[in-house]
Design a protein around this ligand. Structure first.
Ligand code: ADP
Ligand code: MN
Ligand code: MN
Ligand code: MN
Length: 359
């Protein structure tokens, strides 16, 4: 008797301006011992904004997999790239751009750590908020404990445990400043693995949400007014930043980043202008600043990095709805290469209108 397993094939769709996750289950003969055991598959691209109706087949190419912590046993979750019917990369395939760029700069050993903030909703209102009303103003909720302060912890804990069960590199979680807002961190890892794990961690969060009747919104500013937005802080370092004298390399990187700010903003998440206001621990989208320990800067150099004279930098600009593949391309291209231009990758440069768009 063959051992049938369930492989959940997961991919990014063509939704604009922000891709969503899609997935479907393939039954295959297990066990899965390497990527080669996972066959190519297909889907109807006309239902995911990835093809026209009359020529709608797209290919799913498995590129990364982990044990499926929800189904357990030898079932797997599979991250896929999308290819056209002729096997060329689909235009929504941002991962392949990162794979190519990473190959070019591998010797610099770039590593990432993502902080994913999100807001838990039930129906159309944040979990735990009075129906169509507002909770006590912010101040008591960040890293809070107790049912008067944090909402949705059951889901948050189930998500964390399952990410660890799947062997993912989660480095922590915390309740955020706005009630019903949370964060988990992925990394530090190499660029592809960090991004793949972030997408899979998002999938696990949504999937668990079904059972808890909650959903995680990645909206950068879910509640207008005096409520914190949700970001996707991106921590980055290269080998030379992590070695003795690395602080000099980090400062040079900050200078370079400032020169491509407008270009970066184009891939840092839709509606990020509603979040980067200069309030609520952000720097205005129209400014670029870096500083040690400065949570009101675009780029923060962590205190520990400054004290040790080596380490990493934190890009605080990405919004919670960021595509990690695109952010990683932007950072590697700017810091290790000659600069970043979204157009070069076939990505739009009008996601957010900047005053003098240098793109
Ligand atoms: P904070 O909330 O203070 O900004 P977090 O603890 O939430 O910081 O996140 C720090 C992130 O930095 C983690 O995701 C971790 O993986 C990442 N990180 C740690 N060291 C490095 C490094 N050398 N290079 C890149 N990322 C790193
Ligand atoms: Mn954090
Ligand atoms: Mn945070
Ligand atoms: Mn942070």
């Amino acid at each position: 008797m063959t051992n049938k397993i369930m492989a959940e094939y997961i991919w990014m769709d063509g939704k604009k301006p922000t891709a969503k996750l899609r997935s479907k289950t393939k039954i295959i003969n297990g066990p899965i011992q390497s990527l080669a055991d996972l066959p190519l598959w297909g889907f109807d691209g006309s239902s995911t904004e990835q093809a026209e109706g009359h020529f709608s087949d797209c290919i799913l190419k498995p590129v990364y997999y982990i044990p499926d912590p929800i189904r357990g046993e030898s079932n797997v979750l599979v991250m896929c790239e999308v290819l056209n019917a002729d096997s060329a990369p689909h235009k929504t395939n941002t991962r392949i751009k990162l794979a190519e760029l990473y190959e070019k700069h591998k010797q610099e050993e770039p590593i990432f750590g993502f902080e994913q903030e999100y807001t838990l909703y039930h129906k159309n209102w944040p979990v735990g908020w009075p129906p169509q009303g507002f909770p006590h103003p912010q101040g008591r909720y960040y890293c809070g404990v107790g049912c008067d302060e944090v909402y949705g912890r059951k889901l948050v804990e189930a998500h964390l445990k399952d990410c660890l069960k799947a062997g993912m590199s989660i480095s922590g979680i915390n309740a955020e400043v706005m009630p019903a807002q949370w964060e988990f961190q992925v990394g530090p890892l190499n660029p592809l693995e960090c991004c793949d794990q972030l997408w899979l961690a998002r999938w696990i969060l949504y999937r668990h949400g079904e059972d808890f009747e909650m959903y995680a919104k990645l909206d950068p500013k879910p509640m207008p007014g005096d409520w914190n937005g949700a970001g996707g802080h991106t921590n980055f370092s290269t080998k030379s930043m992590r070695e003795e004298g690395g602080i000099k390399v980090i400062l040079e990187a900050c200078e370079k980043l400032g020169k491509f700010h407008n270009q970066h903003i184009q891939v840092y998440g839709a509606d990020n202008d509603k979040r980067l206001t200069g309030k609520h621990e952000t720097c205005s989208i129209y400014d670029f600043r870096y500083g040690v320990s400065d949570r009101g800067a675009s780029i923060r150099i962590p205190m520990e990095t400054n004290n040790k004279g080596k380490g990493y930098l934190e890009d605080r600009r990405p919004a919670a709805n960021f595509d990690p593949y695109q952010i990683s391309v932007a950072l590697i291209d700017t810091i290790c290469g000659n600069g970043f231009n979204p157009v070069k990758y076939g990505w739009p440069n009008d996601v957010i209108k900047m005053p003098e768009n240098k793109v």
